[in-house]
Design a protein around this ligand. Structure first.
Ligand code: GTP
Ligand code: MG
Length: 206
């Protein structure tokens, strides 16, 4: 799939204020600094569409980006950032949870994990929570440019062996890098295939 247009639409803390039309959307979630905003910029070929930072805690709101006038990519705040105050952590958690529970237009979540790291409990718990709420998701391994191919293979296999303990069927996964553009085509084609399938099974989100 080719992205022709990508535009910022709205940011907010309140799921009821998200765009009201019935377009499909895909949300990026994961620990702070894992590369959610960078991946949105990589996919859309726009370096400054989503705000990124070397310091965790950059994205603080639900951000909707309209793609090809047809669907949305949604950038969310990260979880697990120790230096965010307790009260703002609670606020984040509240509106992120509300977003995932209430947003009918959400077709699939992508849980981003840094390919270099051991599986983190907070990510595994979040995936578990998505499963319990029957929210479809895939895993996106990020920052693949930081590892050699053999280490990537090893880390993905290790991650899957951990998931195997609690999942009957393993979630789909993608290996990506916003620096080398690895995974761009696979991810966009995957989203495209879902959009196409949805088109053929209207009505969508009633
Ligand atoms: P929050 O908004 O704080 O939750 O973070 P985020 O998940 O949106 O991360 P962001 O995209 O802001 O990136 C965090 C840092 O990781 C930045 O310094 C990016 O340049 C870097 N980064 C993101 N993706 C990649 C990648 O694929 N490769 C490398 N080498 N660095 C990356
Ligand atoms: Mg961000």
């Amino acid at each position: 799939m080719h992205i022709k247009t990508a535009t910022f639409v709205v940011s907010n803390q309140d799921v009821s204020k998200c765009p009201e039309n019935n377009l499909a959307e895909y949300a990026f979630i994961g620990r702070s600094n894992v590369g959610k905003s960078s991946l949105i910029n990589m996919l859309t070929n726009k370096k400054k569409l989503a705000k990124t930072s070397g310091r965790p805690g950059k994205t603080q709101l639900i951000n909707h980006f309209l793609i090809n006038e047809q669907w949305y990519l949604v950038d969310l705040p990260g979880y697990g950032y120790a230096r965010v105050s307790k009260s703002s952590k609670k606020t984040f958690q509240k509106f992120i949870t509300a977003y995932f529970r209430k947003r009918k237009q959400l077709v699939s979540a992508f849980v981003l994990v840094d390919i270099r790291h051991e599986p983190q409990q907070i990510d595994l718990n979040f995936m578990q929570w998505l499963g319990e709420h029957q929210i479809p998701f895939s895993i996106i391994f990020t920052k693949s440019d930081k590892l050699k191919p053999k280490a990537i293979e090893r880390n993905v296999a290790h991650y899957q062996s951990i998931l195997n303990k609690s999942w009957e069927e393993l979630p789909k996964h993608f290996i990506t890098s916003s620096a080398s553009y690895e995974g761009k085509e696979q991810l966009l084609n995957y989203i495209d295939s879902i959009n196409l399938a949805l088109k053929n099974t209207k009505p969508q989100f009633d």
